[in-house]
Every structure is written in structure tokens, then in C-alpha cells.
Write a protein of this length. Structure first.
Length: 220
């Protein structure tokens, strides 16, 4: 659908932008994209030209604008029901929505201490207890989904779904900051990282020339 227009921020840094972009790519939907660099004098004005919220991502579809990552994913599932956005099974679908909403609203310690940076890796990043608690909960979610609903494929609910789009930026964070994972979680992370949509995002992020100092950490 060429009338889908996704407005997003730097691919090197914007975890929220990654989520609907990856979901759209994974489902094979065509869309136009506009990338706006964060933390520039005109960033706010550029974003507000598309969305009154002043935040990205935002999706425009005809005369409809949706300005939140999870809301975008739900809108896409409603608008293109022939695609596999959520698991078909009711119990699995309920779990997928629950873990997606938990990602949407939680894990502030990890987000603050480990901002997304697709172009860097750190081998000796020091995590706090609060970050480790977030990591423990996230990997528990991954194991639960894989063990209870993941028999049909390599992702949380077998086939790639919106739940994987929600956790994809976390997978990249764990890679960037060298977070050790249990075997089940590592296998899941590897599946996400090798998905064609993630590979394409990595290539685009590597090609960006913008550098925002607050997202760039020196190895400790």
C-alpha cells in the first residue's frame, strides 16, 4: 500500500521507530518513510508537520494519523487482517498483547541506562541491579513465550508477530551492551537479528551520518 507513510527518527538510535518499521517490512507491506534527525533545532517543527504529538513514530494512512508505536501495530492488524500481525490462537494472542504492552510501558531502568545504538558494541558495560532486574524479566518473558507458544517457528509465538517487533529493539540493545543470555533467549535473539527486516535496518543505521553525543558511550 503506497499510501502508508511512516515518519520516524534516526535508525541508529530510535527504538520506538524500529517497531512499526520492522513490522511493516516483516509483513511485506510497501510504505513511504520519512526520517527526521533527533535533537536538532528544527526537529520538533519537522515532526509536528506530520503529527501534533511532536513525537515519532507516526503513521499516516490517507487522512488518518496514528502516533504511537503500539497503536500503529494495532491499526495495521485491524486494517490488513489478512496478514499475521498477532497469533491466530486466542490464548497465544492474549499473551502476545500482554507482553507487548508490558514492553510498551515498562523497563525504564534498561531504557535509561542502555539507549539504543545500532552502530556500537560494548564488551564491558557495567549494568546496575535495576537494569539486571529488567533483563531478568525480559528473558523470563522470552522463555515463557518460546516454551508455551513458540513451537511453530523461531520467534516468540512461532511466526514473526507484532510481539517480536516490540522486542526487536531490546534484542539490539542486548547485543550492543554485551548482555549475556541463557540458551533459549540467545536462540531467540539470534533469530531476530538474522531476520531480513533487522538486517535491512542495521544497514540503514550504519549508513546514517548523524551523531548524537548523548547516545554515544565510551567503553568503561
Amino acid at each position: 500500500m503506497s499510501d502508508l507513510h511512516l515518519i520516524l527518527a534516526n535508525k541508529a538510535y530510535s527504538s520506538w521507530s524500529m517497531r512499526p518499521w520492522v513490522a511493516l517490512k516483516a509483513q511485506g507491506l510497501a510504505f513511504k518513510e520519512t526520517v527526521i534527525c533527533l535533537d536538532q533545532p528544527d526537529t520538533g517543527a519537522k515532526i509536528k508537520a506530520f503529527s501534533a504529538s511532536g513525537k515519532v513514530p507516526a503513521l499516516q494512512h490517507g487522512d488518518i494519523t496514528i502516533w504511537d508505536s503500539l497503536a500503529i501495530l494495532e491499526y495495521l492488524a485491524e486494517t490488513f487482517p489478512e496478514k499475521r500481525w498477532w497469533p491466530a490462537d486466542k490464548k497465544a494472542r492474549a499473551a502476545a498483547r500482554a507482553v507487548s504492552a508490558e514492553m510498551h510501558s515498562g523497563f525504564a531502568a534498561m531504557r535509561t541506562a542502555m539507549p539504543m545504538n545500532m552502530r556500537k558494541t560494548y564488551t564491558d558495560f557495567a549494568r546496575t541491579e535495576a537494569v539486571d532486574a529488567d533483563v531478568a524479566r525480559i528473558t523470563a518473558i522470552w522463555r515463557y513465550c518460546r516454551e508455551n507458544f513458540g513451537s511453530g517457528g523461531a520467534f516468540l509465538f512461532g511466526a514473526f508477530s507484532n510481539a517480536d517487533a516490540m522486542y526487536a529493539p531490546v534484542v539490539t540493545r542486548f547485543k550492543t551492551y554485551g548482555v549475556p543470555l541463557d540458551a533459549v533467549s540467545q536462540a531467540y535473539a539470534d533469530a531476530v537479528l538474522t531476520h531480513p527486516a533487522l538486517r535491512e535496518w542495521y544497514i540503514s543505521a550504519a549508513g546514517e551520518t548523524w551523531v548524537i553525543p548523548k547516545y554515544e558511550f565510551k567503553s568503561t
